[in-house]
Design a protein around this ligand. Sequence first.
Ligand code: ZN
Length: 80
Amino acid sequence: MKLLACTSCFDMFALTREKRTCACKKTTGQYVDDTNVSVSGPAKVLGIHNSAFLRAIILPGSMDFKIFTIANSSNCITKE
Ligand SMILES: [Zn+2]
């Protein structure tokens, strides 16, 4: 699962196949297929391992899971 963080307004949201925009309207992004994303603006792509995320939301109680940054030079990111 990939999320997008705007480094201008610090809004953060999950990426989907539909283009989404941050609160300040400077950053946009969307999935172009199952793994690759297209982003624009002062954006940083974040990743969460799907299995860790599912465990954290399905199991009762609280659980830590890792969110990691993905370099803008990564092959899975197209910068518009
Ligand atoms: Zn923003």
